[in-house]
Ligand binder design. Structure first.
Ligand code: FAD
Length: 429
């Protein structure tokens, strides 16, 4: 015999925190909601881990960034869950799920049953071992997904500083870029290694990337592009001392930070729920298309992106928050809500720079603004319509205008004029 709840949220990350907040706003009864998390702390804003958490001075550590501070709301610590009658089961991994029986089995052997399950298990980092690299489990090889990883990275940065050591960042995505900025801020010389020809290759064009690479270069960050690491060399204590690249080059190193992507945590539900794009296929209510007592939100959800008539899985915090709230509204209203109508949004902050992106980056990219003044942007125009918008160094009003533009998808007759008008085009909509 185990415990039974009306709703169980599996996972205690960002989406779970926002789901809890929405359940309370909508008046869930005390005792109806349980959140089970492998992490030992209450839900928090994961993006803080590669930003405020890694600062050498004035770092933001927990409890500063528990959900829901990311949207300017109240910070919910364990007491808030207790006060609202939510069973927050921390430090507990669910090792098996049976969606027909509506039960979860924890690693401690407890069976927890539910009427509705919200899967918010997020993702795990891809490890170098999965690509056959040995030595990648050394203590000076760091990954960044949870607060334990972040604490370990902070320790390793301190150890690296002590020996005036150097770091290599493997991967040129936003985790790599944000970690490289943090390492530099910790006075650690950094080399970034990635296989693409420029950083942030999934989003940036070469021109946009050039701005950030030049900026980083001026700070002293080295880039080795179009190359991958092949192996590590270790000393007698197991510490990685050298990164060996595919072309045979060797880089002496004291600290390695790896950001090569993530894998959604859906393994528990393989063979039980319909899957698509590596995630759990849900409908516009965030409800599993194959089991109506199950909802999936955040990084694990493959959902209909209404405005593009397409199914997507997004690994972004804004979607984690909004999809969680939407699933909760569906559960609490017996699905009498409209369909989730999401505008893709992603942002990053590095050094004193900060950018936002809305929509999608397909079609022709039209650059505008002034690179030299760190105030520039880009529009993507596809089949005569503006479909994506990016801006570095924008104001609140400008970012709101970009979102509006990406949502409205106005017709663009003359891309040269669009380039000249730049933000003026979006502001006028
Ligand atoms: P998560 O927040 O990952 O939460 C998943 C939770 O489920 C975790 O608590 C995990 O322990 C738990 N769990 C998993 N399996 C089990 C199990 N079997 N049993 C019990 N518990 C389990 N996005 C942006 O848009 N902008 C950014 O600047 C940005 N920065 C980021 C920086 C970092 C360092 C990271 C790691 C991510 C960043 N993201 C950013 C992405 C964003 O944080 C994620 O998209 C978001 O956290 C997804 O929320 P989630 O709740 O789906 O998953």
């Amino acid at each position: 015999m185990g415990r039974a709840f009306k709703v169980v949220v599996l996972g205690g990350g960002t989406a779970a925190g926002y789901a809890a907040s929405e359940f309370v706003k909508l008046g869930i009864h005390h005792g109806d909601l349980c959140i089970i998390s492998e992490e030992s702390v209450a839900p928090y804003e994961r993006p803080a881990l590669s930003k405020g958490y890694l600062l050498i001075e004035g770092a933001a550590w927990l409890p500063a960034f528990h959900t829901c501070v990311g949207t300017g709301e109240e910070r919910h610590m364990t007491k808030w869950y207790k006060d609202n009658g939510i069973e927050l089961v921390l430090g507990t991994r669910v090792k098996a799920a049976d969606v027909r029986a509506r039960t979860l089995l924890t690693a401690a052997g407890e069976t927890i049953s539910y009427k509705f399950l919200v899967i918010a298990t997020g993702a795990r980092v891809l490890k170098l071992e999965e690509f056959g690299v040995t030595g990648a489990d050394a203590h000076n090889v760091c990954y960044l997904r949870d607060v334990q990883d972040a604490a370990h990275l902070v320790d390793q940065m301190a150890a690296c500083r002590k020996v005036e050591g150097k770091a290599v960042v493997i991967g040129g995505g936003y985790i790599g870029m944000e970690c490289a900025a943090a390492l530099h801020g910790n006075h650690i010389p950094v080399t970034m290694v990635f296989p693409e020809h420029h950083c942030m290759a999934r989003l940036f064009t070469p021109e946009i990337a050039a701005f950030y690479e030049t900026y980083y270069g001026k700070k002293g960050v080295n880039f080795i592009k179009g190359n991958v690491m092949a192996s590590f060399e270790q000393d007698e204590f197991g510490k990685v001392t050298t990164v060996v690249l595919k072309d045979g080059r060797k880089i002496a190193v004291d600290l390695v930070v790896v950001g090569i992507g993530i894998h959604p945590n859906v393994d528990l539900f393989e063979g039980q729920l319909a899957m698509e794009k590596g995630g759990i296929r849900v409908d516009g209510k965030m409800r599993s298309v194959s089991n109506h007592s199950v909802y999936a939100v955040g990084d694990v959800a493959a959902f209909p992106l209404k405005m593009y008539g397409d199914v997507r899985r997004l690994e972004h915090v804004d979607h984690a928050r909004k999809s969680a709230a939407h699933a909760v509204q569906a559960i609490m209203s017996s699905n009498k809500v409209g369909d989730y109508d999401y505008l893709p949004y992603f942002y990053s902050r590095v050094f004193t720079l900060s950018w936002q992106f809305y929509g999608e980056n397909v079609g022709e990219c039209i650059l505008f603004g002034d690179h030299s003044a760190s105030k520039f942007g880009a529009f993507w125009v596809h089949k005569g319509q503006l479909v994506g918008a990016f801006l570095e160094g924008g104001s609140k009003a400008e970012y709101a205008a970009l979102a509006r533009a990406a949502r409205q998808r106005p017709t663009v007759d003359d891309t040269r004029l669009l380039a000249m008008e730049g933000m003026g085009f979006a502001m006028a909509l």
